[in-house]
Write a protein of this length. Sequence first.
Length: 161
Amino acid sequence: MLEIDLMDETNTISEETMALVEKVLISAADQLAVKENSEVSVTFVTNDAIQEINRTYRHKDVATDVISFAMEEMGEGEIEIKDADIPPMLGDIIISVERTTEQAIAYGHTFERELCFLAVHGFLHLLGYDHGTKEQEKEMFGLQEKILQAFGLKREGHELS
């Protein structure tokens, strides 16, 4: 099973919602046959915090909804250690709670559905999926919807399993 470290730096996410995010990511990992005991961290932050991260690491001085940092993205001078017996640390997912709220309203989703969408989106980035081209976007967004629908989170919003 996927090991998930959830941190709410905003102190606004309920335990039930955190558990829902954990369950949807475990479901996504199962659907995608991710290696057993792989690890991921998910941190919920403010717009100001994600804007600072975006400015520092992506050189974009704007708040965004989700940022992922895959552990496979090794920087210059870093050493990559591969051992078949060590479960992989997939990386970090950082989600803006404020942007989640704004987008849920704009798209007519529940907050929980939008939060799970962003968590899955970030998780797919950790697994190497991208949406830089139309083909990649179609594949990644299609997979997101498939994962969320299989879990019971439909686009209309209000169905939760």
